[in-house]
Design a protein around this ligand. Structure first.
Ligand code: FAD
Ligand code: NAP
Length: 510
């Protein structure tokens, strides 16, 4: 669907450009980049053909607009004329046409629900879907007649609150044992307080306009074995509160995790340093009024406004170094998040990021991702296949495994890059391999100099079958793979050919 180029579009000389097939590899014509699209939307041209009018669209009407040059698509109740966007869609026209004349919400969510289509397509908005006729008396629509959560989801959490002269404590009873500090994301903004507790694939939301003012910072505690969360707010004045406040959107509800949409807070750029010629380590500071920890293997979304259009791209937090698990953090407390980001001079988003000055802000979303720490349970061999910045999810995964998994016998990283100069944190990796005998390292270069003595080429059956040797015949293994989309797709295919099961492979994607 509305595919903002992300991991799909490699640099100009990359061989990925010539690979074929798959939604991510459709080359765009000259003058059809996202920046060209933004320019067109700002040109004042009538992109809907409705001269600025917004209309109510019936299902019958929607169905009629199903051709390339007259293509309407409904996303979350809003209808867009996407014909003018066709040539700019990096996933190709065919992918957009899959939803022509129909509700494309599910298709959109499957591919990348994080893309800020509202902003990108605002000039293509035709109107809203007309409200369907009411249900016959006594009948409820399916979603109201049955409560799917009662059957499929976790049992419903609840909350309570109490106060002392100085403090207000909100207590959430999740009734789940696997809750930890990563599961809780809390934000205090103006007079509203929002807590999202992630419980399996659901979010339990507390969202309140507080009745009284509180101080900026607050603390979060989790009693893990009973799944109880305590959030302690500091009153601004020592008056007694008669109520906590009044409910805001989705308050006290347990909803599928993807339903509330991405929630952002502004984070300040604290530092930026070169790591390789193309990649930099960015340090961002969360506001004091936010509690957020990104679990290993998960990513967040950055949002920046670029020439008037909000653009969203995913990035994967790392630690400040490979050794930070074993030493005092440079900045104490969990307020700092680090990112290794490759700057693409011809890219849309990263040059803007690179232009940010220390002290500037970028909006950062709640974490997302489907990597589960439970995949490490009883793990004996961990194999990591990374290409370029596909190394980023491996950083926390590697540190977590080496620090927390007693059953772990072997961790091996095969790191694919173009040249030696592109290898991120090479000396740290070599130091780690020297210090920890469980960790082995292999670099593979696709365009090395003649002095390179190591492995060369691309991911291949020969490289993988030699590398992926279990330490024991019966070892429990996990293989993580991340890099440019064609690399990951090819790697997945090779792993299946080598008879690794689905449960033994995790690929990182958006
Ligand atoms: P883009 O505008 O996407 O362009 C990138 C390159 O492709 C440029 O050289 C450009 O000229 C070329 N290009 C653009 N469009 C086309 C096209 N249609 N046809 C051919 N070539 C094209 N990146 C990191 O650096 N660090 C991370 O931690 C990180 N984490 C990620 C996590 C996830 C889950 C995913 C999916 C991606 C992650 N990425 C990460 C990649 C990141 O989201 C961006 O894709 C990347 O930063 C490039 O963005 P850009 O807008 O600057 O470049
Ligand atoms: P890069 O420098 O372009 O490529 C790294 C190495 O992979 C190079 O040796 C490259 O070879 C090789 N390669 C590229 N395409 C290949 C293919 N189809 N088959 C085999 N080998 C291939 O990488 P990058 O610019 O850092 O890009 C990293 C990618 O990872 C981005 O697309 C980013 O979106 C993605 N990423 C994803 C996540 C996630 O969680 N999903 C996280 C971080 C990054 P050549 O260049 O010589 O062709």
């Amino acid at each position: 669907m509305l595919n903002v180029p992300s991991q799909c579009f490699p640099g100009a000389s990359s061989q990925q450009r010539v690979s074929s097939g798959g939604r991510s590899k459709v080359p765009l014509k000259q003058g059809r980049s996202l920046m060209d699209w933004i320019r067109l939307t700002k040109s004042g041209k009538d992109l809907t053909g409705l001269k600025g009018r917004l209309i109510e669209v019936t299902e019958e009407e929607l169905k009629k607009h199903n051709k390339k040059d007259d293509c309407w698509i409904c996303i979350r109740g809003f209808v867009y004329n996407v014909s003018p966007y066709m040539e700019y869609h990096p996933g190709g026209e065919e992918e957009l046409m899959r939803a022509a004349g129909s509700d494309g919400t599910d298709l959109f969510d499957q591919v990348h629900r994080w893309v800020n289509y509202e902003s990108m397509l605002k000039e293509c908005l035709v109107g809203r879907m007309a409200v369907k006729p009411a249900f016959p008396k006594g009948m409820l629509p399916k979603s109201q007649a049955t409560d799917p959560l009662a059957k499929e989801g976790p049992s419903s959490p609840s909350y309570d609150w109490f106060q002392t002269d100085a403090l207000v404590t909100i207590v959430i009873y999740t009734k789940q044992k696997d809750i930890n500090l990563d599961s809780v994301i809390a934000d205090h903004r103006d007079d509203s307080f929002r807590v999202e507790t992630v419980i399996q694939d659901y979010s339990y939301l507390i969202h309140i306009a507080l009745s009284h003012e509180i101080q900026e910072d607050f603390s979060v505690r989790v009693v893990e074995n009973v799944g109880k969360i305590e959030i302690v707010l500091k009153k601004k004045e020592t008056t007694s509160w008669k109520c906590l406040g009044h409910p805001l959107e989705n308050h006290n509800s347990l909803i599928p995790k993807k339903d509330p949409g991405l929630y952002y807070r502004k984070c300040q750029l604290i530092s930026k340093e070169d790591v390789t010629h193309g990649t930099k380590l960015f340090c961002l500071m969360l506001p004091p009024s936010t509690h957020l920890q990104v679990p290993a293997g998960h990513h967040v979304y950055f949002k920046l406004t670029i020439t008037g259009t909000e653009i969203v791209k995913p990035y994967t937090p790392v630690s400040d170094s490979l050794f930070s698990e074993f030493k005092e953090p440079v900045f104490p407390n969990n307020k700092y998040i680090y990112f290794l980001i490759k700057i693409y001079p011809a890219g849309l988003f990263t040059p803007e990021l690179d232009h940010l000055q220390i002290g500037d802000y970028v909006s950062v979303s709640n974490p997302e991702g489907n990597f589960k720490i439970s995949q490490f349970q009883d793990l004996e061999d961990l194999f990591l296949l990374a290409a370029g910045t596909g190394f980023t999810p491996m950083v926390k995964v590697l540190s977590y495994a080496l620090t927390n998994i007693p059953s772990l016998r072997k961790v091996k990283l095969m790191f694919f890059n173009k040249t030696e100069d592109d290898i991120i944190w090479r000396s740290q990796l070599e130091k780690l391999a020297f210090k920890d005998k469980r960790f082995d390292l292999e670099f593979v270069l696709s365009a090395p100099t003649s002095e390179w003595n190591g492995k060369r080429g691309y991911i291949s059956p020969a490289l993988l079958s030699e590398f992926l040797k279990r330490s024991l015949d019966t070892s429990k293994v996990l293989i993580c793979i991340c890099g440019p989309m064609p690399f990951t797709e090819q790697g997945m295919k090779l792993l299946h050919d080598l008879n690794f099961s689905k449960d033994e492979i995790h690929s990182f994607t958006a």
